[in-house]
Design a protein around this ligand. Structure first.
Ligand code: ADP
Ligand code: MG
Length: 302
């Protein structure tokens, strides 16, 4: 294609809400055959809500409300220091239920796992059940059973330990964007294979995948942030030309590694900087538009 055609292509992209870093990027866009999609904030809204707090000793049907409130107060205070969508849900619910939240000291973000810190002189750990395992704070059988039940419903399970004791399991849920299923159908229509990639648990990932029409064989779940990059590399090693769509800090390395990185304009600055293309409105359908536009600009289709 001529430089003029490429410039026209990028200009047309801007009209569609697709910001392309440079005209040469259209060339790599054209060859893509696989699209790796981050789940939270990309396929789903990322605006999560807290649905349940199950404290230790409960059977999962009801909880001692005062105990649940105390766990929520400590967890909410800790999560106030995190920017993760799960954290936002927990902090919001804690404020609604107990009001003002205490300060956190010695905060630590365990990327893709959870958070830890000190709240009211208590050491608090909040995150994936696997995080508690790592810190030798395995869930007791009753909480493990509740966790299983909740994740079976397609909810994200967040465990809370206080002073080294597992205290509660919380269930958080996200909503699939109403444009995601159509976007994925369009990507398929362009001959691309969509793959869902997430740090979240397998049950949640498969629930979302089913909703948007991705078979469970094309779901990669429970992936740590550092390993998202490896998933892209592995696909490339198989000879695939990979586009990655993401929004989070934890997607940045994979976005940079991909042959084509697309960031949600509603996502983090780090993701936007790492990507080649920004989907301004955070609408996944624009990913299909971008690929169609580049093919058309470069004369592959008319
Ligand atoms: P995704 O790949 O879906 O965008 P992440 O890699 O950011 O998700 O996180 C993976 C999982 O780690 C989340 O689903 C959640 O269970 C857990 N997690 C990450 N950060 C936090 C946090 N601040 N609080 C609680 N859980 C967290
Ligand atoms: Mg994300």
């Amino acid at each position: 294609a001529t430089p003029t055609a490429l410039l026209v292509g990028t200009g047309r992209g801007a009209q569609l809400g697709i910001l392309i870093k440079g005209p040469e990027i259209l060339e790599s866009t054209r060859k893509v055959d696989t699209v790796v999609l981050d789940k939270t904030g990309t396929v789903t809204t990322g605006r999560m809500s807290l649905l349940a707090v199950h404290t230790a000793g409960s059977d999962g049907s009801g909880t001692d409300p005062s105990d649940a409130d105390e766990v929520l107060r400590l967890a909410g205070a800790l999560e106030n220091a995190s920017e993760h969508p799960v954290a936002a849900a927990i902090t919001r619910a804690a404020r609604e239920r107990v009001g003002e939240l205490p300060e956190v000291t010695e905060f630590g973000n365990l990327e893709g796992l959870g958070v830890r810190g000190v709240v009211d002189d208590h050491a608090v750990l909040v995150g994936r059940p696997a995080l508690l395992d790592q810190w030798s704070q395995r869930l007791p059988d009753d909480l493990a059973a509740v966790a299983e039940l909740e994740s079976g419903k397609g909810r994200t399970v967040v465990a809370v330990a206080v002073d080294g004791e597992p205290r509660a399991v919380m269930a958080v849920a996200d909503i699939v964007k109403d444009t995601s299923a159509e976007a994925i159908a369009r990507l398929r229509g362009l001959g691309l294979t969509p793959i869902l990639l997430t740090g979240d648990n397998r049950a949640v990932a498969e629930t979302v995948a089913r909703e948007v029409g991705i078979p469970s064989d094309d779901v990669v779940a429970e992936v740590l942030p550092a390993d998202k990059l490896q998933v892209v590399k592995d696909l490339q090693a198989q000879g695939r030309v990979v586009a990655m769509v993401g929004d989070g800090v934890n997607d940045a390395a994979a976005l940079a590694q991909a042959d084509l990185g697309l960031a949600m304009g509603t996502g983090t600055d780090v993701a936007i900087e790492a990507a080649d293309i920004t989907l301004v409105r955070g609408d996944l359908r624009a990913a299909a538009d971008a690929i169609r536009l580049s093919r058309r600009t470069l004369g592959t289709i008319r």
